[in-house]
Ligand binder design. Structure first.
Ligand SMILES: [Zn+2]
Length: 65
């Protein structure tokens, strides 16, 4: 149940894929666990989530027509 942090102990390289739900299940668990314990990465994650949600809204608007 441990994920090797490798060269990126703060999982930021994985956050983009995490937001898009594009990670392997094991990576997803590792990122989720890190976010619970790291305010810095949690903040980056929230910003990415908001940006992603806005993009999704725009896309939904585009698809309405
Ligand atoms: Zn971190």
């Amino acid at each position: 149940m441990s994920v090797d942090p490798g060269d990126d102990p703060h999982v930021r390289l994985l956050l983009g894929a995490y937001v898009l739900d594009a990670l392997e299940a094991e990576e997803t668990r590792g990122v989720a666990r890190h976010l619970r314990g790291c305010d810095g990465c949690a903040r980056v994650y929230v910003e990415m989530t908001e940006a992603s949600a806005l993009l999704a809204l725009l896309r939904a608007e585009d698809l309405r027509e």
